[in-house]
Write a protein that binds this ligand. Sequence first.
Ligand code: HAS
Ligand code: CU
Length: 595
Amino acid sequence: MSEQLESGAPSFLDRFPQEAKVVRATLGSSFVALFLGALFGIVQTLHRTDILRLMGSEYYYTVLTAHGVLMVVSFTIFFLVGIYTWGVVRSLDRPLENIRYTWTWYGLMVVGTLLAVVPILGGFVDTSDLSADVLFTFYAPMQAHPLFYAGLSVFLIGTWMAGADWFRSWFAWKQENPNERIPLQTFMALITMLMWYIASIGITIAVVGMLLPWSLGLFNDINALLTRTLFWFWGHPVVYFWLMPAYMLWYTVLPTISGGRLFSDPLARVVFVLFLLLSTPVGIHHQYLDPGISEGFKVIAMTNTMFLLLPSLLTAFTVVASMEHGARQRGGTGLFGWLRALPWRNPAFTGMTLAGLMFAAGGFSGMINAGLNINYLVHNTLWVPGHFHLTVGTAVALTFMAASYWLWPQLTNRQLYSRPIALAQVILWFVGMALMSNAMHVAGLFGVPRRTAEPQYEGFDFIPSFGSIAEFDLQLAIGGTLLTISAIMFVVNIGLSNGTPKLRGLGEPLSEPLSGPDDSPEVLDNLKLWIAIALVLVVLAYTLPLASIIDRGGIFGPGVDPVPMLIEPLLAHVETAFGESTLGRLAAMVGGIQI
Ligand code: HAS
Ligand code: CU
């Protein structure tokens, strides 16, 4: 018989035992991926900084692919499906419609991951022809074993089914509550999935239509630029797919553990709608340096990207305002004095807040990336991994870990093994990442490339304007080591928590927003409207660039010559095609259809 805590509320496990099991399984899978990903991470950090070489450089891409795929596909997305399942069930306050269906999508995601990871690991076995050293951006011309693409496809199907599960639950709830606003957490999960379905169009065509048959040998040529463009059609929304569950936690859990209430539910809805509208028509900002896409399309992508800063800036405001409200409820006063009244000893709070703080820096490097001209300075340098270790590697990963300290006890009815270790762990992550990402950003500015085992070319010295490359390497290696220790501390702490005594009453209800859903215009909940606008924007942003790439390079090859697209020949061509009409001139301005 488990002991009952005196004042505690029933936990998620008490109320939804079946669903709690699924959420535990998905989060557990994500932690396994994090643990393995961290091990590959340290191997590659120490290798490229030449501090400890455990393998030959020919295995560097194998390690890098394993690190990337385990971290940004498995860790993040398994966590996402778990936390949204929790959020939807909790906020609709009803069990899922069919738990066997739920286990089916979870099973598909596990099988998909295994299918993709086996060929990656095959890269270590010289005698096997299994390999997938294609990095987490797996577009052509690098080619993986067909199993890798098959695994990815199965994994994706699993995620789509997960989304359908939440929609189903929401439909059922709506029948019973026809006049109610969609509860905030469910709203966030549904909007995220609508974005995911739109983004998936790009990757499905690339993987099923091109990469898989190409690796099966069904055709020999491939239009590499087309697979890249379709990849980034999906690849940018993916970064928000990682971020949105973290935002869900910042909006709905962080205010409660700060001792306060969410400042504004309507603003949170606006933010998620903006993500749905703007996440996809910006993918070309990853291709500013790709020859073969005209500058006009790149400028459109840049403009959309700058608009896309808005939801994050709104988030910074809303989340900090909610924290301040919490602090003042706890007796905090003064312009900044309220910061002292926040619960800094709570690892869930401190972890999420440090994650937010680092995201401010990551967002800043994102703005630099997004500038078409300044991107030329940083593209393909170590700056870019510096950027994404602050965003996905901290804003997202640290939030997920911190939130787990809060949620895991409610899924297991057992207290956390050690809060002091948890607190040390989140601080260690922050310190490790501050060192590593700082070194990466600065080294990138000096031109040190990303994605290479041998960044130091023979007969060539990078000229830093301060410090030395050796110092940055050391900083990077120390940071990477602290991060690996921190990841291990997290997994071990959660693992040991499964052995603490059973308790009842560990539930922690969430506080109501200061400005609730009734204050937000009903149109915000009109999902059909938002998806229609999102689709129109995608069509506007992508039809011409894709038509142009296919026109010049074919669907199945031979591909586009790697020469820059110039406006003048385009103008000449469009004049012949459209005459001198305004439309013709306009089409030429943004990049034309043919060259
Ligand atoms: Fe990015 C490349 C532009 C956000 C991830 N990005 C990448 C890659 C990854 C990635 C993985 O335009 C590399 C892909 C590859 O392998 O090639 N990114 C942006 C922009 C944003 C942005 C404009 N990125 C993210 C997020 C990611 C992510 C989020 C993952 C989760 N990124 C780019 C571009 C490239 C790129 C180019 C291509 C570079 C190249 O050349 O290859 C924006 O969304 C950022 C907006 C964010 C803000 C910050 C708001 C601040 C907040 C903090 C609140 C504070 C709190 C704490 C809560 C404006 C919300 C308060 C604390 C107290 C104590 C009070
Ligand atoms: Cu992007």
